[in-house]
Ligand binder design. Structure first.
Ligand SMILES: NC(=O)c1ccc[n+]([C@@H]2O[C@H](COP(=O)([O-])OP(=O)(O)OC[C@H]3O[C@@H](n4cnc5c(N)ncnc54)[C@H](O)[C@@H]3O)[C@@H](O)[C@H]2O)c1
Length: 311
């Protein structure tokens, strides 16, 4: 059965990979992309499919616009990648994060509430679970949310609104929470692009504190594979899916690996003042999506090489 899809934030990093993947695998589906084109969005990422999709520049918080798209195109599923995503920016100014990650999500919920044939898959983050120590077990979908940054708090609020709407209005929705993604198309200010950009220009590579914080890395196309599986899954369970490749690495080790690929010296690494409220570690128990048959295909080393090549 063809599916009419609204992909919000589809010109961003993960969203653009999802659009490309979906168009390649499900040519019979209608795909509408709604994106505000902030600094993180780039319509060029969608050039190869521009004839296959409809692109609308706009804001997910504009409920009338979202509802018009849903009605005009008989949208059956909304996949929401639209978000303000950079933790450091959220520390400087949380308000744009509240606009998109909270009010924008409520706007999508409202449209689903008024159009019961439309379901919502909301993309969220491991950061909603908050900081883990080295001894903590990976977070389960039933664990409480303890966000540390304004970004993570805004994402947790969006998740809570989705869960509340499932219970109160009976909307058909699910949430997918993933670990740190990497790959082509990511905004230049994020960690891996920053290391590649600065090292390539023989500039100091900034590393927060001693770089010992750990992140769990997921190659972006492995993530989009998981989203396709979740989109087609039965959502009558706990409706939250964690997605993780279980590949934890210290930031300093990631930076050193990229320097090695680029043939640059480790003397470029420069410790900078730590991020306020910096979480030490994130880790997820992703047994739910793995039980549906998903597993990552791209190793960290292969993914980093592809990413360096692309930048
Ligand atoms: N990148 C990661 O490592 C990561 C990790 C965990 C979770 N996530 C989540 O995945 C989703 C996608 O992340 P990403 O890294 O691709 O983000 P991104 O910042 O690269 O892209 C976000 C996209 O959303 C668009 N956008 C922003 N505000 C909008 C609005 N109000 N209306 C319409 N479009 C808007 C931007 O123009 C951009 O194209 C986000 O929800 C994020 O929280 C990302």
């Amino acid at each position: 059965m063809p599916n009419n899809l609204l992909i919000t934030g589809g010109a961003g990093f993960i969203g653009s990979h999802f659009v490309l993947r979906h168009c390649a695998s499900f040519a019979e589906d209608k795909v509408v992309v709604l994106d505000k084109l902030t600094y993180a969005g780039n319509p060029d990422y969608l050039k190869s499919v521009e004839r296959e999709i409809e692109f609308v520049k706009g804001d997910i918080a504009d409920t009338k616009l979202v509802e018009k798209i849903v009605k005009d195109h008989k949208i059956q599923s909304i996949v929401n990648f639209a978000a303000e995503t950079h933790v450091d920016r959220s520390i400087e100014d949380p308000f744009p994060f509240l606009h998109t990650n909270v009010l924008g999500v409520q706007s999508l919920i409202d449209v689903c509430r008024k159009n019961p044939g439309t379901r919502l898959l909301h993309i969220s983050t491991d950061e909603v679970y908050g900081d883990l120590s080295d001894e903590d077990l990976p977070k389960k979908t039933t664990d409480p949310l303890r966000p540390s940054s304004p970004y993570a708090a805004s994402k947790a609020a969006g998740d809570m609104l989705v869960l509340a709407a499932i219970r109160t209005y009976g909307i058909d929705a699910a949430i997918s929470r993933c670990t740190n993604n990497f790959g082509p198309h990511q905004a230049a200010e994020k960690f891996i692009p920053t290391v590649i950009r600065t090292a390539s220009a023989d500039q100091p590579v900034p590393i927060y504190a001693e770089g010992k914080n750990k992140r769990d890395w997921l190659y972006v196309t492995d993530h989009t594979d998981a989203i396709e599986i979740i989109l087609k899954a039965d959502w009558s369970g706990d409706r939250i899916f964690n997605v993780s490749a279980d590949d934890e690495k210290r930031n300093i080790d990631v930076a050193k690996m990229i320097l090695k690929i680029l043939g640059k010296p480790e003397t470029l690494l420069k410790s900078v003042k730590d991020r306020p409220g910096h979480d030490w570690r994130y880790a997820l128990d992703s047994s739910g999506v793995r039980n549906l048959g998903w597993k990552p295909k791209v190793s960290f080393g292969e993914g980093v090489r592809k990413t360096v090549e692309w930048y």
